[in-house]
Design a protein around this ligand. Structure first.
Ligand code: GLA
Length: 448
């Protein structure tokens, strides 16, 4: 309830300063980033690029990320997508495939791929966390390609002084002068060699208070380093440091999202400098994980950061926002129907016939939430689309859970079916995370 009230206050606050976009009766989704819902690519399948990064080239955004499976954590490849607006994504290819053997062979872990174009050689360099299935063999894998979408050729471990770097979560950062850096969890930072194929110098060692999922950007005279706490795929309140140079001294600045929102239910992965007019807006990119059904149900939280000297913040959660105007969309338009579907019984379903081109589902996520299958049937009753969505979140939230792809105008039936499963997993120490029940709750349907 508290989060619903908070959300209402946020809407009122935004309306008061008239900084919002309204889409009465119109469909805002083809021009908006919608956080926390599966994004559907040009092939009709969820955009599957987690622990991601974006590289911009010739006006095209290339998204690279973990091409997750729905059943196992074993590495199936890293995916590459492209877009001209950060909203509509085309599947390019599996940029790095499962290898026959070695660090990214069968039954291995591959995470957090980061791609940079090396200014000196023109080569595209992909660095990623590789590991065994129990996270006991961490290394940084190196793959290269001559063109941005690949396919990338796996070379082996990135070396520092001839040895692999035996740490896990990683990120990369490319400075304004073209120098490439490898960011490791808990505050180790390496400068890459001019050809980006080795780690040349360890410029920071064990930053006190450092954490997982490192990401960085540089604006004016400051560097900003992001970190998360160690809660496996569970979300936590991420935090950041600032420093006048990468070598330090680094100052822990605290949280950049309101405390207790658990970084709006996400974990940092990358900060993308979004060019808008003459300025750059730094876009936070985070993951909302969903184990075991990560391919279908893990989603993204992307939001612009406010930068004010050493103070960074994302003061409000914008479930839907326009990356062109950088404004939240608070009136979703469409035709709204309130519904009251709440169940934890496998097979129970909400059935909602509609006429239109698109349907959006609004529902509640909470600590005992589970998975549902969302299905769209055509007038003959044939399923033309289905995907799994996740109603779990440690911190409750009412909001958009699903936005269908654009359909041809017609008569359809929406089904939201409780499947009697819930996201849960164990970390390396054997601690239990996630939900313990299977609840699914839908409050509203919007038709466009
Ligand atoms: C943390 C890391 C992820 C992944 C999970 C596995 O969330 O940031 O990249 O390794 O743990 O539990």
């Amino acid at each position: 309830m508290r989060s619903v009230v908070k959300f209402a206050c946020l809407v009122i606050a935004c309306l008061a300063v008239s900084c919002v976009e309204r889409y009465k009766g119109v469909d805002p989704f083809s021009i908006s980033i919608v956080n926390g819902v599966p994004w559907i690519d040009d092939q009709g399948t969820p955009v599957n690029a987690h622990g991601a990064c974006i590289v911009e080239e010739n006006g095209v955004y290339y998204l690279f990320g973990e091409w997750k499976s729905d059943t196992t954590n074993a590495f199936p490849g890293f995916g590459c997508y492209s877009s001209s607006d950060l909203v509509n994504w085309k599947f390019e290819r599996v940029a790095l495939s499962l290898q026959k053997d070695g660090l990214l062979g069968p039954n291995r872990v591959g995470e957090r791929p980061k791609v940079m174009r090396c200014p000196q050689t023109g080569e595209y360099i992909m660095l990623a966390h590789t590991d065994d299935m129990r996270y006991k063999d961490p290394q940084v894998g190196l793959a290269v390609a001559d063109n941005i979408t690949g396919p990338y050729t796996f070379i082996g471990p990135l070396l520092y002084k001839g040895e692999p770097i035996r740490r896990w979560d990683m990120g990369t950062f490319q400075d304004h002068d073209g120098t490439g850096y490898l960011l490791m969890h808990h505050g180790d930072i390496y400068r890459l060699s001019p050809d980006y194929r080795t780690a040349e110098d360890k410029v920071l060692s064990g930053l006190k208070g450092g954490g997982e999922s490192p990401a960085m950007f540089h604006k004016d005279s400051l560097y900003y380093l992001f970190a998360s706490n160690l809660t496996s795929w569970e979300r936590n309140d991420n935090y950041y440091f600032t420093a006048p140079s990468i070598e330090g001294p680094w100052t822990r600045q605290g949280l950049f999202c309101p405390e207790g929102t658990l970084t709006y239910n996400s974990q940092s992965t990358f900060i993308f400098p979004l060019h808008r007019g003459d300025s750059i807006v730094y876009m936070y990119m985070g993951d909302r994980w969903s184990y075991p059904h990560q391919a279908s149900s893990a989603t993204y939280v992307w939001l612009p950061l406010l930068v004010d000297g050493s103070k960074l913040s994302i003061p409000e959660y914008w479930p839907v926002w326009n990356p062109q105007t950088l404004k939240p969309v608070t009136e979703l338009g469409g035709e709204s129907t309130k519904v009251a579907f709440r169940s934890d019984k496998k097979g129970d379903k909400l059935v909602f016939p509609f006429k239109g081109k698109r349907v959006a589902v609004i529902g509640h996520t909470f600590h005992n939430g589970g998975y549902a299958v969302v299905r769209i049937l055509d007038a003959e009753g044939t399923s033309i689309y289905s995907n799994m969505i996740d109603f779990y979140s440690k911190v409750a939230e009412n909001g958009i859970r699903f936005v269908s792809p654009l359909l041809s105008e017609g008569e359809y039936t929406l089904e939201v079916e409780c499947i009697g499963e819930h996201p849960h997993w164990y970390n390396k120490r054997g601690d239990y995370f996630g939900s313990r029940e299977d609840w699914v709750q839908v409050n509203e349907i919007r038709i466009y």
